[in-house]
Design a protein around this ligand. Structure first.
Ligand SMILES: [Fe+2]
Length: 246
């Protein structure tokens, strides 16, 4: 186990699973199209780990980024088909859909206006910010999404070190749902992200939780997170919306 896990408060009851949320709605398990799983074998390893942890439906969300991952509906649906064939071959039964994690770059607004978004469930749109600075045009773009009937979800707000809890709350006040990475609570992304994640939970600001699964270390942390009191609270006594996507 990773060294940063050692000193944390944890439950010895390891029976808790993610079955109460059922749906993992942010992951990079589609093969070969972003920085997540690189082939169907890697996808299957991660999916098995998610199923062992109690997930019964996966919504895969590859990056769409103008600079690095120029994914389209075609590339994403193509990777989904390849993965589904591999799942059949391995006799793994899991509900799996594809959407995207849209990067808030200069192409995001065009995608919105040209109806090129990859939608989760009933009109949810998952997007992420740069880790360096917030986009200056966040407010009008979020308003445009809402005007078009979309429900924006800001991915892992606890990971943007330039945002404090009050600033994150502002995005929620503007109409965004907030999606926390469960593994932030283990310290995987550092102390600041962990503390912000805890404060978001304490302030009742979390709408969705997810794995943001890219590789086996994330799978280990996702499992380990089940031993943390904050994750226990999220899974047993918190109004999360994941189940609405079932
Ligand atoms: Fe992600």
């Amino acid at each position: 186990m990773f060294s940063f896990f050692k000193k944390k408060e944890r439950y010895t009851d390891t029976n808790l699973t993610y079955s109460s949320i059922a749906v993992d709605m942010h992951s990079h398990v589609l093969p070969g199209i972003d920085d997540g799983a690189q082939n169907p074998q890697e996808s299957i390893y991660l999916i098995r780990k998610m199923m062992e942890a109690g997930i019964t439906k996966i919504i895969a969300t590859p990056h769409i980024m103008a600079d690095y991952y120029k994914n389209t509906a075609e590339s994403i649906n193509g990777a989904l088909s390849i993965l589904k064939e591999a799942l059949v071959e391995e006799q793994i039964e899991i509900e799996i859909e594809a959407a995207a994690e849209h990067y808030f770059d200069e192409t995001f607004e065009d995608r919105i206006n040209n109806h090129k978004l990859m939608i989760i469930g009933e009109n949810y749109v998952l997007f992420e910010f740069s880790f360096i600075s917030p986009p200056p045009n966040a407010f009008p773009v979020i308003q445009r999404l809402i005007q078009l009937g979309h429900k924006p979800i800001l991915a892992h707000p606890e990971r943007y070190s330039y945002l404090d809890v009050d600033q994150i709350r502002t995005y929620r006040d503007w109409g965004c749902c907030l999606q926390l990475n469960t593994i932030s609570l283990t310290g995987y992304y550092g102390k600041t992200a962990q503390k912000t994640a805890e404060a978001l939970i304490d302030n009742q600001l979390v709408d969705f939780i997810s794995s943001d699964m890219h590789h086996p270390k994330h799978a280990d942390a996702f499992k380990y997170a089940l031993r943390l009191p904050y994750v226990h609270r999220l899974l047993t006594d918190y109004p999360l919306k994941n189940i609405l996507l079932k």
